[in-house]
Design a protein around this ligand. Structure first.
Ligand SMILES: Cc1cc2nc3c(=O)[nH]c(=O)nc-3n(C[C@H](O)[C@H](O)[C@H](O)COP(=O)(O)OP(=O)(O)OC[C@H]3O[C@@H](n4cnc5c(N)ncnc54)[C@H](O)[C@@H]3O)c2cc1C
Length: 405
């Protein structure tokens, strides 16, 4: 790509800010315009359900220090909503401003919380969590004795429940599956998280649906399939949906997000996508996957920047994410949607263990809980694609790294 050309990035969060860095890293000398509708500098979201939400910190985790943008000649335009794309004119449209031309365009518009569609969903006191503004509002409301009902026990719901307990709230979690995180972790490991929450005083209602939010203007109760629960506020965490409106306007086909190839290119000439919005053909898995996690936004965003700058890119990093709830920290590497076996290495009761999800004797994913510095080795085991000795895998005395040989 010639240095006279211009990269425009829509979405100034982790993916977008890392893409700007990636383009410069690949030697791109042209203009970079990074546009986002939030007022802050690009920041990372994980603290918003953890220590920021608990009031243990007030600062944000910036993707880059403010000086990065000027130093790297990245024009950052915050509080600016992109309302459309004209792929034939190669411009993005901003209300009240002239269209902005691009030679390469990155869609890094991320995802937004899935809205719940039940009676009472519009009542005051029904909240979602995505932005720092959402988190700041919730942390003001989380106080000693506040009755908080969390709908959904995925990662966000589970972390919000833990943070609300840390702030002294009375917390009920309502989840249609029997245990938290059942879809990702299965029932055995999900039960570890259920027990952690129960021990910390959460009223976990598994196998329970939510039927309605009740109240006069403001939520007062949640009607569930197991009866009514009093609520001062509700936090809904039932997953996210990719923000594909612009992609659709640009005429791109959608398939659980915006399909991209291994170099993060969409089907439209000059348009790329990365992060939560992108459904990438993953060279290692040989199929499309869309990953809604921090590490993917960080690394795939960077890779997309490099790709836009003309570097040869095949993004095939394994998915990775982490979660902190109370004193239980974990990291998860890999991607397992179905498995025939879960092998535990270590002490599940003491919450110091590694769980492996296997199919046909091969490790698909691994999760280390309160054990550190092993995720790279787990990744190597997964990438080797070799069957492993199950007894050795379960035995903490056998060095993990030797199994990768
Ligand atoms: C509370 C919370 C906690 C999390 N914790 C973890 C964790 O512990 N571990 C983990 O692995 N992952 C975690 N995640 C997930 C992780 O934060 C996301 O995967 C990551 O933010 C995705 O980055 P992104 O840049 O692709 O999208 P986003 O962060 O969604 O950013 C997209 C940006 O684009 C902007 N935008 C969208 N449309 C437009 C438009 N038309 N014009 C201008 N701007 C637009 C949005 O406002 C937003 O600023 C968490 C997420 C949340 C919400």
């Amino acid at each position: 790509m010639s240095d006279a050309e211009r990269i425009v990035i829509v979405g100034a969060s982790l993916t977008g800010a890392r893409a700007a860095e990636g383009a410069r890293d690949a030697g791109f000398e042209g203009e970079i315009l990074l546009i986002g509708d939030e007022p802050e500098l690009p920041y990372e979201r994980p603290p918003l359900s953890k220590d920021y939400l608990q009031g243990k910190r007030d600062d944000l985790s910036w993707v880059h220090e403010e000086s990065f943008y000027a130093d790297n000649r990245v024009e950052l335009r915050t509080s600016t909503f992109v309302s459309g794309i004209d792929p034939s004119a190669r411009t993005v449209l901003i209300e009240g401003s002239d269209p902005e031309p691009y030679d390469r365009l990155l869609l890094a518009t991320g995802a937004e919380p899935r809205r719940i569609d039940i009676p009472g969903a519009d009542l005051d006191g029904v909240h979602y969590l995505r932005t720092v503004a959402d988190s700041a509002k919730l942390r003001d409301l989380f106080g000693e004795g506040a009755r908080v009902v969390v709908v959904g026990a995925g990662w966000i719901g589970s972390e919000v429940a833990a943070s609300a307990r840390e702030k002294g709230c009375e917390v009920t979690v309502v989840e249609p599956q029997e245990v938290p995180l059942e879809k990702v972790l299965g029932t055995e490991i999900g039960a570890v998280y259920r027990d952690v929450h129960l021990e910390h005083g959460v009223d976990f209602k598994g196998g329970t649906g939510v039927e309605a939010f009740l109240g006069d203007g403001k939520v007062e109760k949640v009607r569930t399939t197991a009866g009514e629960v009093e609520a001062d506020l509700v936090v809904v965490g039932i997953g996210v949906v990719p923000r594909t409106g612009l992609a659709e306007m640009a005429g791109l086909g959608l398939n659980n997000g915006v399909p991209v190839d291994a170099g993060l290119r969409t089907e439209a000439e000059g348009i790329y996508a990365a992060g939560d919005i992108a459904n990438q053909f993953h060279a290692f898995y040989g199929e499309r996957i869309r990953v809604e996690h921090w590490a993917n936004a960080r690394r795939q965003g960077f890779a997309a920047g490099r790709s836009m700058a003309g570097a040869e890119v095949v993004y095939d990093d394994l998915p990775y994410f982490y979660s902190d709830q109370y004193d239980v920290g974990m990291e998860y590497v890999g991607y397992a949607t179905d498995w025939d076996e879960v092998v535990i290495r270590g002490d599940k009761e003491a919450r110091e263990f590694i769980a492996f999800w296997l199919k046909d004797g091969r490790i698909q994913a691994g999760m280390n809980v309160n054990i550190w510095d092993v995720s790279d080795t787990i990744g190597e085991l997964i990438k080797s694609g070799e069957p492993v000795d199950l007894a050795a895998l379960a035995d903490p005395e056998t060095e993990l790294a030797t199994l990768a040989d």
